[in-house]
Design a protein around this ligand. Structure first.
Ligand code: FE2
Length: 272
């Protein structure tokens, strides 16, 4: 019998699957998350390597050029107020200290992906499970699962935004109330098409506030410019639309405003 020596399991097609150094490093960062004891002070500080920093800087520099054209208005403000720059990979603890004061959200370090119900219901209490490792350096434009670049450049500005964070809390409260698999699947669909890939009209332009788009220098532009992918924001349709996380998203929902988006999500969640 072959004993898998790694704590974090990766699929064979993961870019870092055959890179032993990467997998050891990833395991180390994953284990650091065990130091978290519920207080913001206990979120571990990671001393990122030069290679990890280079990956961050490459992605950051590309995204920061595109964000003014494609990201929702609060994104750049949020990054600035959270002190996020290309100089260093932000520490989850520092981001959380600032974010918590504004919207009550806290980033909670974890080893990897968390099951859907547990992940979503944590929003109700203002927690957002977050990874701290960096994607494999060979694919800076792609990661098959969340990494610190996705959490910071994708989720941080949303959780720092009162508009986006209150939508997440509605999804979390609904997930907390139910164990029904069908209802949880509908909530996962809403989470996916709103928090990860949502689009919004701002000042007559379509922008994205979805973390999956905001943290990808390919998707941030594509999601806005590929108009044939756009659909009206109808929460019934969204709740019943399945998705494949492993492919480029070809269906994207455009909300008329954050107020409309919030009202539809809230009404739907209350009806479950
Ligand atoms: Fe995400």
């Amino acid at each position: 019998m072959i004993i898998n020596p790694y704590i974090v399991q990766l699929d064979a097609d993961h870019p870092g699957f055959r890179d032993e150094e990467y997998r050891r490093r990833r395991d180390f960062i994953a284990l650091e998350s065990e130091k978290y004891n519920g207080s913001i002070d206990s979120i571990p500080t990671i001393e990122y390597t030069n290679k990890e920093l280079e990956t961050w800087q490459y992605v950051y520099s590309k995204l920061i050029e595109l964000s003014p054209y494609y990201a929702f208005d609060e994104h750049i403000t949020g990054l600035n107020e959270l002190g996020i720059t290309g100089k260093e990979i932000p520490q989850l603890r520092y981001i959380t200290e600032i974010m918590h004061k504004k919207t009550g959200f806290q980033m909670v370090p974890v080893k990897g992906l968390i099951p859907g119900k547990e992940f979503m219901q944590s929003f109700a209490e203002g927690f957002f499970y977050s990874t701290q490792y960096v994607r494999h350096h060979s694919t800076p434009g792609f990661t098959p699962e969340p990494d610190i670049i996705h959490e910071i450049l994708g989720h941080a500005s949303g959780l720092y935004s009162k508009d986006v964070s209150k939508i997440a809390k509605e999804i979390g409260s609904a997930a907390l109330k139910t164990d029904d698999k069908d209802k949880l699947k509908k909530l996962e669909n809403i989470y996916w098409f709103v928090i990860e890939y949502g689009l919004i009209k701002e000042n007559g332009k379509i922008k994205t506030f979805g973390a999956g788009n905001l943290s990808s220098f390919i998707d941030i532009k594509r999601c806005v410019e590929e108009k044939e992918c756009h659909r009206p924001f109808d929460i019934e349709v969204i709740a019943n639309t399945s998705y494949d996380p492993t492919i480029t998203q070809k269906i994207l929902f455009v909300a008329e405003s954050f107020d409309d988006c919030y009202r539809q999500v809230k009404d739907y969640c209350n009806s479950l």
